[in-house]
Write a protein that binds this ligand. Structure first.
Ligand code: NAD
Length: 384
């Protein structure tokens, strides 16, 4: 099957590489010539490194690279079985592009969007045959991150969903099925990893380095929240938070933070701007964490309890299955354990007591316990 990828930026070029690696002929289209050139050059660099490492022979590398055609014209998608769109995150532009795609491709061609935060149903509404539109959400960098969220919208046919999932599975990815709701699974359930860390800082409980130390050294997370936000970029992470907050009709659980907003406004975006929560200038001294075990455990537990509550609520609202929620967080953002499995280990009643104590202290809706956890605790149940 010929695969089309629209948008040759960070995501589109990675997705094209994944599809070509799986043996497909790929048409990669971008309106900017420079983006196409960059994509081609960076793939060639990546493949050279993989040849050096002995993962590919030079012949295999050039066969793989030759499978990708770089073009500026959408018309080249005409014979594709699937087109994955990865252009700018703007609903009006995506809708007009999907309308064009429908005119160019055959009726059987699946039209997928890699959107992170827009409604798949709204994008699909631009098409007459909207049953063939689906969300296929890769993580960055697509060739390295195993997780892909498959997001059928209310218009998507069951065949399109199962065909898409089977295809992406055959590319060696781990797929999870998510409802077309803001943030799907990962970008919804992960909110407290940033939000609660920022809140702990704002309350003056600990500084960035100490919170990061607690989450990595005590929690076993691969990166602390502030290191991770600096990595993602405070502008991007703030925008995602704000979008999710608005999309959930201002549910206080997703409230963005002034600390992050000010960092973004100051241009302290993180690694890419040389300064974020940390200073990345050469020779800059890094703050040392206060390695206090008791404090570290309190910080870690507070963030973890909020993450568990979010995961439980996603299950409560049928956003995905419990297995897929746990898989999404371990394979999409490298959490050391599935959050629902973690809840079982801590004891559901303990989680409920913790959240209730937070709620009673703060009287903020942000700390309300998911009804599912409460029900499970009353029935002495476990997730697994
Ligand atoms: N960057 C991430 O971490 C990430 C992760 C998952 C999903 N996404 C989603 O993937 C999509 C792309 O993100 P990105 O980070 O790769 O963006 P990017 O800015 O790196 O790349 C977008 C590319 O699309 C091209 N483009 C824009 N409008 C176009 C049009 N009308 N026709 C053809 N080409 C067009 C641009 O020239 C650019 O090369 C967005 O929807 C984003 O939300 C991003």
């Amino acid at each position: 099957m010929k695969i089309g990828v629209l948008g040759a930026g960070s995501m589109g070029s990675g997705i094209a590489q994944v599809a070509a690696t799986a043996g497909h002929d790929v048409i990669l289209v971008d309106s900017k010539e420079a983006a196409l050139e960059n994509a081609k050059k960076s793939l060639s660099k990546v493949m050279d490194r993989l040849v050096e490492k002995g993962k590919y022979t030079p012949e295999e590398s050039s066969t793989l690279q030759n499978r990708i055609s770089y073009c500026a014209d959408l018309q080249h998608f005409s014979g594709c079985g699937m087109v994955i769109e990865a252009i700018i995150e703007n609903l009006d532009i995506k809708k007009s592009v999907f309308k064009n795609l429908e005119e160019i491709t055959g009726k059987e061609c699946i039209l997928a969007t890699n959107t992170s935060s827009l409604s798949v149903a709204a994008i699909a509404s631009a098409c007459e045959y909207s049953e063939r539109v689906i969300g296929i959400h890769f993580f960055n960098p697509a060739p390295l991150m195993p997780l892909v969220e498959i997001v059928p919208c209310i218009q998507t046919s069951e065949t399109v969903t199962s065909t898409s999932r089977a295809l992406i599975d055959s590319w060696g990815k781990v797929t999870v099925l998510a409802k077309d709701t803001p943030g799907f699974i990962v970008n919804r359930v992960a909110r407290p990893f940033y939000g609660e860390a920022l809140r702990i800082y704002e309350e003056g409980i600990a500084d960035f380095a100490t919170i990061d130390w607690a989450m990595t050294q005590i929690g076993g997370f691969r990166m602390g929240p502030f290191t991770l936000m600096d990595f993602i970029g405070n502008d991007i992470n703030y925008t995602v938070t704000e979008t999710v907050f608005e999309a959930f009709y201002y549910d206080p659980r997703y409230k963005p933070s002034f600390t992050q907003r000010r960092h973004a406004e100051a241009g302290w975006l993180g690694r890419k701007s040389g300064r974020g929560y940390y200073n990345y200038a050469e020779g800059a001294t890094q703050p040392t964490p206060k390695e206090d075990e008791k404090l570290g455990k309190e910080i870690m537990l507070r963030i973890l309890m909020m993450l568990i509550n979010e995961a439980a609520d996603a299950l409560f609202l049928n956003i995905a299955s419990k297995e897929d929620i746990d898989l999404a967080m371990t394979k999409g953002v490298n959490y050391p354990k599935g959050l629902l499995k973690w809840a079982d280990e801590l004891g559901i009643q303990h989680v409920v007591n913790y959240l209730d104590a937070m709620y009673n202290e703060y009287r903020e809706d942000r700390y309300r316990c998911s009804p599912l956890l409460r029900r499970m605790a009353a029935g002495n149940q476990r997730f697994y």
